[in-house]
Every structure is written in structure tokens, then in C-alpha cells.
Write a protein that binds this ligand. Structure first.
Ligand code: 3AM
Length: 190
């Protein structure tokens, strides 16, 4: 079985800005686990644990997918999880080409018999995962204040020239991602 997902690898310019934001946020280990720079990505679809031949079918469907390169701008920092935050992420400026690409990826999954989750697509780049219950009051306050302080964060626009299929290995030190294949977008300058 292969645990897989489809995502945008991020241009180095955006990754550097995200690393800077991570360094400005209060992310005390071990309750908070920052995403390592090489793991920063924007998930288009979670594929889950699937038999290798099905992932191979998806790979061929993604190879056949045609979509345009586009510019991506990151904007704002916030948390998922409501009153007990579980992750901190950078937001993304609304982008119709990004939404179109994500719909095409879901269609490719459908075509090969994978049942994609139909939750509303909320594009984001996860910066850190956290266990809220393990943070004391002072750390919680500093973390939330940091998120508010970074709300003016903006990075880009940067060209997205490709998307990729990843394998995720879950380890005790956090997930490790291997890029299985990269798919170029049409009209990319880079
Ligand atoms: O882009 P992010 O970091 O939000 O959260 C996981 C990560 O997304 C998500 O897939 C991406 C690569 O691991 N993920 C993990 N398990 C999931 C699940 N069961 C999931 N998304 C939906 N359902």
C-alpha cells in the first residue's frame, strides 16, 4: 500500500518566506512541530493508503491532465481547529487557475476509481502541527499573538509551473514525503 497525496511543490522564493514566518512564530517543541522546509507544500488532494497499481493508474491520469501554469500569492497566517487549534498555516489569495487545477485532479482520481473527498477546497500551506492540550497558557497566548502579528503576511506572486504526486511515510519524527512524479503545467516560463 502507498499513502499518497497530490500537491504543489512551492517555488524557493515562497518557501524562503514561509521559513521566515515560521521563525517569527512562537512554535515551542515538542507540543508544536514546525513543518520542515523540504516538506512545505500546498495539498490539492489527499489520496490516502492505496494499492500500488491504483496509484500507478492515478499517475497515468495525472500525466494526461492538461492545465495552465499560474501565479500564486500567499496571504495571511491562521490556524485550523477553532478553539483548540491543531495546525497553523499560510493562506492563499483566491485563484481560479488553482481551483481549476484542483478540480481536474479530483476528476483524474474519479476516473481511476479513487473516491476523492468532496470537502470544500481551502488552499493553504501548513506551517506547523500542534497539540493544543500540551501547551501551557503562556505558550498558547504567545502562539496566538504571533499568528495575529503575521496576519499581514504576503508572499509572491510566484509562478507555479508544476504539480506533483507524493508518497507520505509516517514516522515517529513526523511524516517524510517522497516526490513520486512531477507534472508540468502548460505555458510555464520556468
Ligand atoms: O496540506 P496539509 O498539511 O494540510 O493533513 C495532511 C496534509 O495536508 C493531509 O494530506 C496532506 C499530506 O499528508 N491528510 C492526511 N491525512 C488525511 C486524511 N485522512 C489528510 N487529508 C484528508 N484526510
Amino acid at each position: 500500500m502507498i499513502r499518497a497525496f497530490v500537491a504543489l511543490p512551492l517555488p524557493v522564493t515562497l518557501r524562503q518566506r514561509l521559513m521566515l514566518v515560521q521563525s517569527l512564530l512562537h512554535l515551542p517543541r515538542p507540543a508544536v512541530r514546525p513543518v520542515p522546509p523540504e516538506n512545505l507544500h500546498l495539498t490539492l488532494a489527499f489520496v490516502g493508503e492505496q494499492p500500488a497499481p491504483l496509484v500507478e493508474d492515478l499517475h497515468h491520469a495525472l500525466e494526461a491532465l492538461r492545465a495552465q501554469a499560474f501565479d500564486l500569492t500567499l496571504r495571511g497566517v491562521s490556524a485550523f481547529g477553532g478553539r483548540t487549534p491543531r495546525s497553523v498555516h499560510a493562506g492563499v489569495e483566491p485563484s481560479e487557475p488553482l481551483a481549476r487545477l484542483q478540480r481536474k485532479v479530483l476528476r483524474a482520481m474519479d476516473e481511476v476509481g479513487l473516491d476523492p473527498e468532496r470537502r470544500r477546497f481551502t488552499p493553504h500551506v501548513t506551517l506547523a502541527r500542534l497539540d493544543w492540550r500540551r501547551l501551557d497558557e503562556a505558550d498558547r497566548t504567545r502562539l496566538l499573538r504571533g499568528i495575529v502579528d503575521q496576519d499581514g503576511f504576503r508572499a509572491g506572486p510566484a509562478e507555479i509551473a508544476a504539480f506533483a504526486l507524493y508518497r507520505s511515510h509516517l514516522g515517529r519524527e513526523g511524516p517524510h514525503y517522497d516526490e513520486l512524479a512531477r507534472y508540468g503545467l502548460e505555458g510555464a516560463l520556468a
